[in-house]
Design a protein around this ligand. Structure first.
Ligand SMILES: NC(=O)C1=CN([C@@H]2O[C@H](COP(=O)(O)OP(=O)(O)OC[C@H]3O[C@@H](n4cnc5c(N)ncnc54)[C@H](OP(=O)(O)O)[C@@H]3O)[C@@H](O)[C@H]2O)C=CC1
Ligand SMILES: Nc1nc(=O)c2c([nH]1)NC[C@@H]1CN(c3ccc(C(=O)N[C@@H](CCC(=O)O)C(=O)O)cc3)C=[N+]21
Ligand SMILES: [Mg+2]
Length: 287
């Protein structure tokens, strides 16, 4: 049986360190400020916002949620982002994906100031990640949270075969870059990939972010693999499940993240700690 990587416990551990950093900023009269912009009603985004608000409140960062209508125009959304770019009480801006059809994701990522881009999807920050020059660079919270799992559970990535299933801007692509920077040999798979199962069966490290409930089964996994499940899906009973069939894969993997209480809580912890980091950067620059 695999070791279950406990996202809730690791998140609590990191939150304690974050609380100390928040206290140190408070001593200088600074409260880290985060704005989360949610357009429409994506269900996974709603879970994220709900849990994030709870943790932000507990830790004492200033957090604003902007719920905007599904029908908002790209121009109006970008105007709102620009107002927060100018607001000195805001250190971090997160725009939740996916966005509705009338809004071009690229235009939105370009509009966020690189210094406030807490999910690291502005092209300037993504470019720095790609060339492995990440000093004072925000990096997507979900992939960073996954790197914290590897550190905590002492999983060596050097020279390992890693397969990333999914190529989104917030998960797959930045995750592949982080793994590459950590000297893993990385393959990115997506909906055009042929013989996906043959590929995943070669993976020492398998990370899945596709949004299809229980898509990866035990037969798709190498014995002893480390399996990270990013999915936030619903099964036929409406229960929250991941992209990995946990019950069967748990018997074959060496390490596995559950859903819930795996990657999800780590994304939130990383979002809050990175918001604090960005407030620290801004105070270094101004003080
Ligand atoms: N736990 C957390 O903190 C987070 C969870 N999520 C969840 O993770 C999942 C993925 O999110 P996100 O990355 O934003 O998703 P996107 O929908 O943006 O991307 C999905 C990716 O998966 C690929 N894909 C879809 N179906 C298949 C398939 N059958 N075989 C191979 N590849 C496939 C797509 O390929 P193509 O590019 O060809 O279309 C695409 O690259 C969702 O369930 C989301 O809710 C997301 C972010 C954070
Ligand atoms: N720019 C952007 N960045 C994201 O990181 C991003 C996004 N957009 N859009 C939506 C998805 C989804 N997402 C989740 C994060 C945490 C939980 C989470 O807290 N999950 C708990 C659920 C517990 C419960 O049932 O409430 C867990 O897994 O234990 C869920 C979903 C981030 N996303
Ligand atoms: Mg989870």
């Amino acid at each position: 049986m695999a070791t279950i990587m406990d996202g809730k416990a690791l998140a609590a551990e990191i939150d304690m360190r974050t609380a100390n950093r928040i206290q140190r900023l408070a001593d200088q009269g600074i409260t880290p400020g985060l704005v989360v912009i949610l357009v429409g009603k994506d269900p996974a985004s709603q879970i994220y916002v709900r849990n994030k608000e709870r943790r932000a409140k507990k830790l004492g960062i200033h957090s604003i949620v902007r719920n905007l209508p599904e029908t908002i125009s790209e121009k109006e959304l970008i105007k709102i982002i620009q107002e927060y770019n100018e607001d000195p009480t805001v250190h971090a801006i997160l725009v939740q994906l996916p966005l509705p059809e009338q809004i071009n994701e690229f235009h939105v990522t370009m509009a966020i100031s690189p210094t406030k881009d807490v999910d690291g999807f502005n092209p300037f920050n993504l470019g720095k990640l790609l060339i492995n020059k990440t000093d004072q660079t925000p990096i997507a919270c979900t992939p960073q949270g996954i790197m914290s799992f590897f550190k905590k559970y002492q999983i060596n990535l050097d020279g390992k075969k890693a397969v990333m299933v999914g190529r989104s801007t917030i998960v797959g692509k930045p995750m592949a870059a982080l793994l590459t920077n950590a000297n893993a040999t990385v393959t990115i798979a997506h909906s055009h990939t042929h013989h996906l199962s043959e590929l995943t069966r070669e993976a020492d490290i398998l990370i899945v972010a596709i949004g299809v409930a229980h898509y990866i089964k035990a037969e798709d996994v190498k014995p002893g693999a480390v399996v990270i499940d990013v999915g936030m899906d619903r099964d036929s009973n409406g229960k929250l499940v991941g992209d990995v069939d946990f019950e069967s894969v748990e018997k074959k993997a060496s390490y596995i993240t559950p859903v819930p209480k795996g990657v999800g809580p780590m994304t939130i912890t990383t979002l809050i700690s990175q918001t604090v980091t960005m407030a620290e950067w801004s105070s270094e620059k101004n003080g």
